[in-house]
Unconditional design. Structure first.
Length: 320
């Protein structure tokens, strides 16, 4: 890109001091943006605000290095008003709580002021990562979402083997495996529904999890050719890397590509430029839109540059 086309890349992320750069997809995006000559700005955690009806952020200039223990340098803190020529990466991890939703509303105002926000703030509010998969019923296993513990329990009995999840978790947290007749099922459901106050999701257990929970990455609706299968280890049934799963790269299967083709057009239409699909066996289980990971693992195993593909698209959109 010519110098006049360089972007101000503003990143909203979890504290940069504590990230694990070997596995952090946001860090991969920052390295790529810097390599392309874009200017990096780090938003201080909690630093989004509205002043005089304008979206602003407390930021510091940022330099990144692929050096463990010395991976970043920050400049002085200052106030940045959002506007044209900016690409904003919204990359904080769940939970999608009130504070997160308020930040997306500020970023919606930033979008109105001319900034390009990745992913689209309205989409971040609309697509709960567990419920979004249910928009594609042709792709998912039998699933029930309810606050009613009796209804959920009856569904587990019907399924025989089931997975129970809250709607706002990540990294495999608070996910239970249960079965018909499980003496612990009642307390699991009481915990997940908070005594009937919170929605919980029950889904048929997929034994194919032993072969891995596949993460398929979509860039503007189009799948990367390889996925990362996160394989449970030891006596753990969860494949999440945060739960100790082992990551193994694989080419996409025909079924993987079919699922991506079902989901991709809606993601593109809604401005969700970087999305992670979770697939177990032949079934879609989650659509991750807040902070999908696995860039660095796939880049390393297959010589890819997934963040480069993302920035190709961001630059094209910014130029248009």
């Amino acid at each position: 890109m010519p110098p006049s086309s360089k972007l101000d890349v503003v990143v909203v992320m979890d504290p940069i001091a504590t990230i694990k750069i070997a596995k952090d997809s946001t860090f991969a995006m920052l390295l790529e943006a810097q390599q392309r000559g874009h200017r990096l700005h780090y938003v201080r955690p909690g630093g989004l605000a509205i002043r005089a009806a304008r979206a602003v952020a407390t930021v510091a200039s940022l330099q990144v290095r692929d050096t463990p223990g010395d991976h970043y340098t920050l400049g002085e803190w200052r106030t940045l008003e959002f506007g044209p020529g900016q690409a904003v990466l919204m990359r904080t991890d769940p939970p999608v709580d009130a504070a997160y939703l308020h930040d997306t509303q500020i970023l919606g105002l930033a979008q109105q002021q001319g900034a390009r926000v990745v992913n689209d703030p309205q989409g971040l509010r609309d697509f709960n990562e567990k419920l979004a998969a249910l928009l594609f019923p042709q792709c998912i296993p039998p699933t029930l979402v309810s606050r009613d513990a009796r209804e959920l329990k009856a569904f587990v009995q019907e399924l025989g083997q089931a997975i129970l999840k809250p709607l706002d978790g990540m990294g495999g947290r608070s996910i239970f495996r249960s079965h018909a007749g499980d003496p612990n099922l009642n307390v699991m459901l009481e915990t997940l529904t908070d005594g009937g106050r919170q929605l919980a999701l029950v889904q048929r257990y997929l034994p194919e999890i032993v072969d891995g929970d596949k993460r398929i990455l979509l860039v503007d609706g189009e799948p990367v050719d390889y996925c990362l299968a996160r394989i449970p280890q030891g006596d753990e049934f969860r494949g999440n890397l945060a739960a100790g799963g082992r990551g193994e790269g694989r080419p996409l299967s025909e079924r993987d590509r079919w699922i991506a083709a079902q989901v991709g057009p809606l993601m593109r239409q809604r401005g969700m430029l970087f999305v992670g699909l979770d697939v177990i066996g032949d079934f879609l289980t989650e659509v991750n839109v807040t902070s999908p990971t696995c860039i660095r693992e796939l880049d390393k195993q297959f010589g890819l540059n997934i963040a480069g593909r993302l920035f190709d698209r961001i630059e094209t959109l910014a130029a248009g």
